[in-house]
Design a protein around this ligand. Structure first.
Ligand SMILES: Nc1ncnc2c1ncn2[C@@H]1O[C@H](COP(=O)(O)OP(=O)(O)OP(=O)(O)O)[C@@H](O)[C@H]1O
Ligand SMILES: Nc1nc(=O)c2ncn([C@H]3C[C@H](O)[C@@H](CO)O3)c2[nH]1
Length: 216
């Protein structure tokens, strides 16, 4: 059973380069909510992973999993259980999406067992903001951000991840209809440089938070 809490916990999700960190940071500043950010630069395997996915995938996926496990455990005891609201730039489900694509079958089987042991009781966000974007937009943003290790990324890897995200979000809405999913079209919503677009997003997030707060 997942850990229960009474506070808004908003997760911003979407494929690589969709704008999760940008939007989560803007939302946390606007609402003055705690920001939970995923570890990227401290991941010792990620650049090796992008050089040779087959060789480094197990270490990489396990590192992400263990890191997120620790972050979410602490988030629960230090913030959520005390009623502090949180915005995060990931949802634990993303581990599964990546692992399914990168791990070979025998490793995936082991990984999934560990995944369930570690994550089944972790607190789950009660609002999700899902940013979709076309392959062209994602590639352009990855290039613009300029992390060296990501520049040679195979477009088909990103394309498959995006398709998996779409499928996952459809399934999630069916299985957990009580968790609102705000879907944003990242190609047209430029919340980074257009204040009006950010304001429209705030309208949708405000509404989702109010509905949740009425239940606490
Ligand atoms: N809606 C947007 N309009 C224009 N530029 C954007 C938008 N969202 C993000 N960007 C730019 O795209 C780049 C990637 O954004 P960001 O780092 O927020 O993505 P991310 O989804 O967190 O990526 P990752 O999956 O790698 O963590 C940044 O340079 C950011 O300024
Ligand atoms: N393999 C793999 N598994 C994950 O769970 C995962 N989560 C994020 N990433 C990659 C995407 C960006 O390059 C960078 C920042 O999000 O890290 C991941 N890569």
């Amino acid at each position: 059973m997942t850990k229960q809490y009474n506070a808004p916990f908003i997760s911003v999700e979407g494929p690589i380069g969709a704008g999760k960190t940008s939007l989560a940071t803007m939302l946390s500043r606007h609402y003055d909510y705690h920001l939970l950010q995923e570890i990227v630069d401290e991941n010792p395997f990620l650049s090796k992973f992008y050089d040779d996915i087959e060789e480094w995938s197990f270490q990489t996926e396990m590192f992400f999993l263990c890191n997120r496990f620790k972050q979410l455990e602490e988030l629960y005891s230090e913030k959520l259980v005390k009623g502090y609201p949180v915005i995060s730039d990931y949802h634990i489900f993303k581990n599964h999406l990546f692992a399914r694509q990168t791990l070979r079958d025998d490793h995936l089987e082991k990984y999934e067992r560990i995944f369930h042991i570690l994550t089944d009781d972790l607190p789950r966000p009660n609002v999700i903001v899902y940013i979709r974007a076309s392959l062209e937009t994602l590639l352009a943003r990855i290039e613009k951000r300029g992390r060296a290790m990501e520049q040679a990324m195979d477009p088909s890897y990103l394309e498959q991840l995006s398709a998996d995200y779409d499928q996952f979000m459809r399934d999630h809405q069916r299985v957990y209809p009580e968790i609102p999913v705000i879907t944003l079209e990242g190609d047209t919503f430029d919340f980074v440089s257009r204040p009006h677009d950010f304001k429209r997003i705030l309208g949708m997030v405000d509404e989702a938070i109010q509905k949740k707060q009425a239940l606490f």
